[in-house]
Write a protein that binds this ligand. Structure first.
Ligand code: SER
Length: 582
């Protein structure tokens, strides 16, 4: 069964069981600078897991594009991918353990026709906070998995990051039929006999910064099934590179290569797909954060093309070929093909120049090391190659290995971190410095956004929450949760309220406090669990209280006249207002 068929079966199955199919959120989380990429299907749904009403109801299903960057170095082996697709279904305070497990079992055994004998499951084994999850084990037993294939593990617990919604989970594994590696071999073992395919998380807690758990308003289920992995298993393949998503590019690479190396071929195919998907969702190469991940993916791909002695002029054709394959699953790629291609090719040109300079510099350093009888390249040299010649550390590492020397990556990482800190401070200073001239309007729009958010709550109701915002010095754009088109009367009332508050000349106060305190005071925030312990809060009289980095004006009377230019739909259950200050 092709991956797209599995995806369709999945969405249909859950649709037939009362779930609404919602679209995949973009890979780059909207308005959440604290995470680089969506790493799980639940990430865009956090507010709803915490209790907010989702416009589509309490049962949802989707396919979510995900990137997990901590696996980049593993790519090239037989299972790690940076980009992957996660199929998910959610209960937002609706069904819980029993129904969730029954549906998973039915989907696997009836829809995908996996023989029940090949399934093993794991349940939470208990810790100092919570007991062993016998209830889940019982449900599995009643459903058709015998005790001997139900395992209890202490780490069957799922949370994204350090704090946030979380809970115990139960994981499903497919037995590949390989012999047990030892007597103790069980699904926890990574010998390859058992492959995890699905994870059902029973999200009923919120983990606080001090490590304690609080009950969420509702008991949720969050499940995630790794699409490429299931496709690989159902097709009886050994690696994801052997399924239809990767085969055309892998075969093309085999034809183009002058050196045969499977590891490099996989890296090229994987990084090409990830780069295409990130660029399609708006990512661009740069030296910081998301942009750096993308830059690293493209550059690593090119390094490996060089290694296989594939002519770099072939890159354009490879992109065409891959987009052709991928657009069956991601039709949005068709319209973006030219942009994607030019971004990758431009980055390639830059990198080719860098490689030439960097390799020359590396050769000098190598000489120095050899002459001094050492066998390790210091972190500061790795950093100099990176900072001055744009030479990525992983390329330096590859070169070092090829030349039989080591590199001090820990020291490099330390220096890199310091560099990141400095550029962050630099850009916020740049912003501050610019306020007097160019940033003044943006600052006003920031404050107007808070007033608009508050006014919409008063006019439309407390279900209104910010879903996004975008500000230029000419206008503001504000996305918020609301189901229907606003009437003229509602728009007028909103405008009037904002203008009234502007006229009243209310002081805008900037406070810093503990996150818990801000939450207790009722502060608004888009992704509360993403903030650190101490948060920056802006208070506008009794009208608005929001966790926000600013900047803001000092008094609302600085804003001028507020006018709504347009009100339209942004996505399902989300409206968008464009407004200006005159
Ligand atoms: N959030 C869980 C995971 O990523 C289940 O979807 O595994």
């Amino acid at each position: 069964m092709k991956a797209i068929e599995i995806r369709n079966k999945y969405l249909n199955y859950f649709k037939n069981h009362g779930h609404k199919v919602i679209p995949s959120a973009p890979l780059i989380p909207e308005n959440d600078p604290s995470v680089l990429f969506n790493t799980a299907g639940m990430q865009p749904l956090v507010p709803y897991l915490l209790g907010e009403k989702h416009p589509e109801g309490t049962r949802l299903t989707d396919y979510q594009k995900c990137i997990r960057t901590n696996d980049i170095d593993e790519v090239g082996d037989n299972r790690h991918l940076t980009f992957f697709e996660m199929l998910g279904n959610w209960s937002l305070g609706d069904y819980f353990k029993e129904e969730s497990i029954k549906m998973s079992f039915e989907f696997l055994t009836k829809e995908l026709q996996i023989p029940a004998e090949k399934l093993s499951v794991t349940c939470f084994g208990g810790n100092e906070l919570l007991p062993k999850d016998e209830q889940t084990a019982k449900i599995w037993e009643n459903t058709g998995i015998p005790r001997e294939r139900i395992y209890f593990l202490n780490d069957n617990w799922w949370i994204a990051g350090e704090t946030g919604p979380c809970g115990t989970d139960t994981e499903m594994f497919l037995d590949t039929g390989k012999p047990k590696c030892c007597n103790e071999c069980n699904p926890d073992c990574d010998c390859g006999k058992y492959v995890e395919i699905w994870n059902n998380v029973f999200m009923e807690f919120f983990k606080n910064a001090d490590g304690t758990l609080t009950n969420l308003k509702q008991k949720n289920v969050d499940t995630g099934l790794g699409l490429e992995r299931v496709a690989m298993l159902l097709q009886g393949k050994e690696t994801p590179y052997d399924i239809e998503i990767f085969v055309p590019v892998m075969e093309k690479l085999s034809k183009l290569q002058k050196v045969d190396e499977i590891h490099s071929r996989r890296i090229i195919a994987e990084h090409l797909r990830s780069s295409i998907m990130i660029i399609s969702d708006g990512g661009r190469p740069s030296n910081l954060d998301r942009g750096y991940v993308l830059r690293r993916l493209i550059r690593r791909m090119i390094r490996h093309m060089n290694k296989l002695q594939i002519n770099l002029d072939e890159l354009g054709n490879l992109i065409d070929l891959d987009i052709n394959v991928l657009r069956e699953m991601y039709p949005e790629l068709s319209a973006k093909k030219e942009t994607i291609k030019s971004v990758i090719l431009e980055e390639k040109d830059k990198f080719v120049k860098t490689l030439t300079h960097g390799e020359r510099e590396f050769a000098k350093e190598l000489n120095k090391i050899k002459n001094s009888g050492k066998d390790i390249l210091e972190g500061k040299v790795v950093f100099k190659l990176y900072d001055t010649y744009g030479f990525p550390p992983e390329v330096t590492k590859d070169l070092a290995v090829e030349n039989g020397i080591k590199i001090d990556l820990d020291e490099f990482k330390k220096l890199y971190k310091e560099h990141q800190e400095k550029s962050r401070q630099g850009s916020s200073q740049k912003f501050k410095g610019g306020l007097a001239s160019t940033g003044e309007m943006e600052t006003k729009y920031h404050t107007a956004t808070h007033l608009l958010n508050a006014a919409l709550k008063q006019v439309l109701g407390s279900h209104v929450h910010q879903r996004g915002s975008n500000i230029t010095d000419e206008r503001m754009r504000f996305d918020f949760s609301h189901d229907s088109k606003m009437t003229d009367e509602e728009k007028n009332k909103t405008e009037e309220l904002v203008n009234k508050w502007i006229k009243e000349g209310i002081k805008v106060e900037h406070l810093e406090m503990r996150k818990e305190e801000a939450v207790n005071m009722g502060a608004e925030a888009m992704f509360i669990e993403k903030y650190g312990d101490i948060v920056s809060v802006y208070k506008i009289g009794d009208i608005s209280l929001e966790i926000c980095g600013g900047p803001h004006v000092e008094n609302t009377n600085e804003l001028g006249h507020f006018k709504i230019k347009k009100e339209e739909s942004s996505s399902s259950g989300v409206r968008r207002i464009k407004a200006i200050l005159q």
